[in-house]
Design a protein around this ligand. Sequence first.
Ligand code: PEP
Length: 253
Amino acid sequence: MRSKIVAGNWKMNKSLEEAKALTSEIMAMVADEVKGDTKIVLCTPFPYLLSTKNQLGTNSRIEVGAQNCSEHDSGAYTGETSASMIKSIGIPYVIIGHSERRQYFGEDGKLLAKKVDKVLASELTPIFCCGEPLEIREAGTHEALVKKQVEESLFHLTAKAVQKVVIAYEPVWAIGTGKTATSQQAQDMHAVIRTYLAERYGKEVAENISILYGGSVKPDNAREIFSCPDVDGGLVGGASLKSRDFVDIIKGA
Ligand code: PEP
């Protein structure tokens, strides 16, 4: 059975004090208001991973994620952070292949396949992002592109391994733009991804993989998008920086 997950991607925002304040607001609201078993993940900047984890405490239902990792194990890679380092501080999730990494840091499908492998080798959960830019959507080739992204970075995995991956479909034209996909557009693409996974791994495996939607998710559109049969929650950017909005989004899952 796949999980419902709402993950906040804080990107490169907040000072340590601000991160602590945001975490404590989210903790209090989640404790008071959030029922059900939706998994909640805060993907903070690297310097705050451990303090956020410690602040949440051992029994928290909120978990922490990193926003990237290296494709290497260790060594002379100045400025990089390995999956095993993230593992060593007890952080269970890592976002891989966010469109900003693809766009600004030139990360391609082959590199992302290596990163996925490193994350899984450290027994962490990759949140693997895919999604098409606006010109591809307008050209009508979005399904082909997203299938290619999934194939390039995930289809080398065994059936056992691929079920440990969380996929986030994030149309690039909807990220940080305030322009969200309609629930029909989200459902259609999620169904395409799940069908493609089923063709490669079988229906049972595909049914076990959580596919999140990301792209301008807000409290007023979350419930409708998350109610689509193939949408298993969301990856939330801007709205995850406001405790009230983020918790209302979680309540929509
Ligand atoms: C994201 O960065 O993953 C994202 C979905 O951003 P936003 O919610 O701001 O569109």
